[in-house]
Design a binder for this molecule. Structure first.
Ligand code: AMP
Ligand code: ZN
Ligand code: ZN
Length: 423
């Protein structure tokens, strides 16, 4: 009642004040508005190849780049979605972070397969994501999608009731991945959590967009539809920046991609059944690379076939994958691994129909696989030379520093991007 009767009076006071006081007598805007600490927002645009930025169709990203820092970022191998999103938020490459592929098997769970919908912490527990590092340090986090962010990290599955997970840590606010939730809605959900009172407002937020990757797969990296998807996601970046500005919320925004995209074609296929005898092997994954297990007792025959020179493809025992890939020690990696030359796919058989569109998963140093990186905000220095040849695992220590938590030791180099941050 008291509030009701006072409200019009306060409004009137404000209105009269505006008419009658001089500018110097008005309270300074900073005294009226709450002083908000900068928030750190990690945005992933799935499949945003580093050079897409040069197409001139993403003005909001270009503005963040020109008033911040922009450089191509090297993904981790294999250049797939789940291994790389987990590498970015854990600082560990797939060989150590446990998400070695989008589809996995594990001898300790012979009846199960990991797919992109698997949220049993068993698959994820090898490496701690930044939101868990933060939550443990009482730094509040929120995720508007990110692979693994729906997992009760560190939890264990009930032996009798596999759907029950005991323990584990999630971001304070998280959402189950759903492609039906559009870009504007995702941005609004981020803005909404930032409108909360300081006590329940996150310090670190993730935001994820998938439409550029989807368009790149269906239409290919050079298609008009993919260019249109760049513009569409860029408008959501614009909505985010405008929304933050409207609420007076400063932000350190780090925009990344998980990998790039290369065109595929029926003219660039290695059919595995023409290289080796299908009676000797079982394919776990195929595409830009193939991961393969031998039929027990057929190892010698399979090795003889895989290790002879085959154009556009190279195969190794997992223990002999060249060191620069940092890949081959994890138990979830199948015993044999073949990598296609960039743009060449390894398929079980010769494809019957047309193959078009794009894919990723190739060599992490291929120009087509390089990923977007933009950093913008009050914590970043401007006018420094762009970082060169840095890996996506270096993002984890960067984010940890931005949000004031101590990073776990990881594959990420805390020095790699430290000069981007104001002393
Ligand atoms: P890919 O291109 O096969 O490496 O995977 C990209 C796809 O992963 C995207 O198009 C999304 O549909 C899907 N995806 C992204 N995040 C999630 C998630 N958290 N859970 C399930 N699927 C996801
Ligand atoms: Zn991806
Ligand atoms: Zn993809």
């Amino acid at each position: 009642m008291l509030y009701r009767s006072l409200a019009p009076a306060l409004f009137l006071f404000g209105a009269l004040g505006a008419c009658t006081t001089t500018q110097t007598q008005r309270p300074a805007p900073s005294a009226q508005a709450e002083q908000r600490a900068p928030v750190t927002i990690l945005v992933s645009i799935d499949g945003f190849r580093a050079d897409y930025l040069k197409r001139g169709v993403t003005p909001n990203l270009a503005a963040l780049a020109s008033s911040g820092i922009e450089a191509p970022m090297r993904p981790s191998f294999p250049t797939k979605t789940f291994p790389n999103h987990w590498a970015i938020v854990t600082g560990d490459r797939p060989d150590r972070n446990g998400i070695v592929a989008n589809n996995m098997e594990d001898d300790s769970r012979p009846d199960e397969k990991f797919t992109m919908a698997s949220d049993d912490p068993f698959w994820w527990n090898d490496a701690e994501p930044i939101w868990v590092t933060a939550e443990k340090a009482a730094v509040r986090t929120a995720t508007m999608f990110w692979p693994g962010s729906n997992v009760p990290w560190g939890g264990t599955q009930d032996k009798e009731w596999p759907h029950d997970i005991h323990g584990g840590t999630r971001p304070s606010d998280w959402a189950q991945f759903n492609q039906q939730i559009g870009g504007t809605q995702r941005v609004n959900m981020v803005l909404d959590v930032l409108r909360r009172p300081a006590a329940i407002r996150p310090v670190f937020v993730t935001l994820y967009f998938d439409t550029v990757d989807t368009a790149g797969h269906i239409h290919g990296p050079d298609a008009a539809e993919t260019t249109a998807a760049l513009t569409e996601v860029d408008t959501h970046i614009g909505e985010l920046v405008a929304g933050l500005k409207a609420m007076g919320q400063t932000a350190n925004i780090v925009v990344v991609a998980d990998h790039g995209m290369a065109a595929r074609s029926a003219d660039r296929v290695v059919a595995l059944d023409k290289v080796a005898n299908p009676a000797d092997y079982r394919i776990v994954e195929s595409g830009p690379y193939a991961s393969i297990a031998a039929v027990p007792g057929h190892e010698k025959a399979l090795e003889a076939a895989l290790f002879k020179a085959t154009p556009h493809m190279q195969c190794w025992r997992k223990s002999e994958i060249p060191a620069r890939f940092h890949y081959g020690t994890h138990r979830r990696i199948p015993p044999y691994f073949c990598l296609g030359e960039t743009g060449w796919e390894i398929q079980p058989t010769t494809p019957k129909g047309k193959i078009s569109g794009g894919n990723h998963g190739w060599d992490d140093r291929a120009p087509e696989m390089q990923a977007l990186f933009i950093a913008n905000g009050p914590a970043f220095t401007t006018g420094v030379a762009a970082p060169s040849d840095f890996a996506n695992v270096d993002i984890y220590p960067l984010i940890a520093r931005l949000i004031g938590v101590t990073p776990r030791p990881s594959d990420g180099d805390p020095a790699a991007l430290s000069r981007l941050i104001r002393p």
